[in-house]
Design a protein around this ligand. Structure first.
Ligand code: URP
Ligand code: ZN
Ligand code: ZN
Length: 463
């Protein structure tokens, strides 16, 4: 099967130009103006952008967590991703006590293979940094195709600084990357104790306990560990201006400290925790939403390159039946996380590009090109000959009002209900297969669940 996309504006991380794109089978084979090639299907993309499919480097699909399981499985989550213009997902799977990294990868593969509608990979999450697990890092990078590793400095399964340092040393040697959930367990623990004495236990207290200083202190620990080892690190879901400030300082010193932020930290403020009827529980996530000042700073960080990628941290729990299971009288028992796998591209375009905070080229960079480079997805991240035909034909003028009813995630709310979007996907291709298409007034899934595949990632560039 061949497809010719005619006269679209091909957007890359460095520039945009009107061109045709030729897809043969699963691969882009030519990009140029006036391609005379005949194709099985020709699409007039005049007035549309031709973007590389977004890569979401931060999802939690079908994840057991805080007494329940995130509500999207690989079928529903990946269909939602496709409908939002995301053609590759890198999901986390945590190593259980006594398990190996191979176990962590294989267990999630067993859930995803045959179900996922788009391509995917796994970041093994290290919770038990035994010497044999540190030794296994090399194999994960060179044999399993999973060169990035997640650790948490918060939650029960957090690691200590010794484990972090050992992982940084090992990934430096073999071409890997450590990703960190940077929040200080001890600061939050103490703030939780102080809050308990006030008797107030609602969603806003979650934000007060997970204060920005807890993120800042944890980022500092990461920076010190990088300085000590000469390795590099990636801070996931950066939420605050305080954390960003530390990252900028480190980068100015030449340290390789990278950061990801998420649409929620760019668009929603902590005021949501005060919504009536316990609605604030919908936004209980770690780290929490912040004041407007942090949102403004994060946009600048994204524009200026101090933040390199955007991921969703998609971790959906139903408002009714999951968020309220145990947490009605104790914010600490509200499952942490929110849905977002489907809304990343539309939000970045509407709130970022249309509002002039970032260029469309920067949007492509932080949603795809830089992400592919950061995580060793050699065949993805650009509309260029030789790359996988993961493509979004994007209508920059199309209007869409976000509402859960027209989204595909298996969850009963979206944090952006009622938000007006400008710019939506028109057609989404995953390795040359059409998987989603605009239809009437919403995106429709037209692919086949199970056709996505596990992508073996390559070791990251040597130091
Ligand atoms: O609240 C969140 N972010 N839930 C998912 C787990 C994590 O910390 O990333
Ligand atoms: Zn996290
Ligand atoms: Zn997460």
């Amino acid at each position: 099967m061949s497809v010719l996309l005619k006269n679209g504006l091909v957007v890359t991380s460095t520039g945009s130009s009107v061109a045709d794109v030729y897809i043969e089978g699963e691969t882009i084979t030519a990009v140029g103006s006036g391609l005379a090639t005949k194709a099985d299907e020709t699409v007039d993309a005049t007035g549309k952008y031709i973007l590389p499919g977004a890569i979401d480097p931060h999802t939690h699909i079908d994840m057991p967590f805080m007494g329940t399981t995130s509500s999207d499985d690989w079928k529903t989550g990946s269909i939602a991703a496709a409908c939002g213009g995301t053609t590759c997902i890198i999901d986390f799977n945590l190593q259980g006590k006594g398990e190996t990294l191979r176990d962590a990868v294989d267990k999630q593969r067993a859930k995803a293979d045959g179900k996922t509608a788009v391509d995917y990979s796994i970041h093994p999450g290290v919770t038990d940094a035994r010497p044999d697990v540190i030794d296994e890092v090399k194999k994960a990078i060179h044999e399993y195709g999973t060169p990035s590793f997640k650790v948490f400095l918060f939650y029960d399964f957090r690691v200590d600084d010794y484990a972090l340092i050992r992982l940084l040393e090992e990934t430096k040697t073999h071409g890997g990357l450590v990703q960190v959930h940077a929040e200080s367990f001890d600061i939050i623990r103490r703030l939780n104790e102080q809050i308990a004495s006030t008797g107030k236990m609602g969603p806003m207290q979650h934000a007060l306990a997970h204060a920005a200083i807890a993120e800042e202190q944890a980022v500092e620990r990461c920076v010190s560990a990088v300085e000590l080892t000469g390795s590099r690190i990636y801070v996931v879901h950066l939420s605050s201006s305080r954390g960003l400030w530390r990252i900028k300082q480190a980068r100015d010193k030449g340290l390789r400290v990278h950061a990801e932020t998420c649409p929620q930290y760019l668009t929603l403020t902590e005021q949501h925790y005060d919504e009536p009827d316990w609605n604030g529980a919908k936004y209980v996530m770690s780290p929490p939403l912040r004041p407007q000042e942090s949102l403004d700073e994060l946009w600048l960080g994204l524009r200026d390159g101090d933040v390199q990628t955007v991921g969703t941290d998609h971790c959906p729990f139903n408002f009714k039946g999951q968020k309220d299971m145990n947490g009605k009288n104790d914010y600490k028992a509200i499952p942490n996380g929110a849905p977002g796998i489907e809304t990343m591209l539309m939000l970045l375009h509407t709130e970022g590009v249309v509002k002039g905070r970032i260029t469309k080229e920067r949007m492509v960079d932080v949603l795809s090109t830089s992400t592919a480079r950061m995580f060793g997805l050699a065949s993805k991240g650009a509309v260029a000959p030789g790359k996988d035909a993961d493509i979004v034909v994007f209508d920059p003028k199309r209007k869409f009002t976000i509402t859960q009813k027209k989204l595909h995630m298996n969850v009963d709310y979206t944090p952006w209900e009622g938000w007006e979007m400008t710019g939506m996907p028109e057609i989404v291709y995953s390795r040359g297969r059409k998987v989603a298409q605009w239809s009437g007034d919403q995106m429709k899934f037209v692919g086949e669940a199970g056709k996505g595949k596990f992508v073996k990632r390559v070791p990251l560039a040597a130091f």
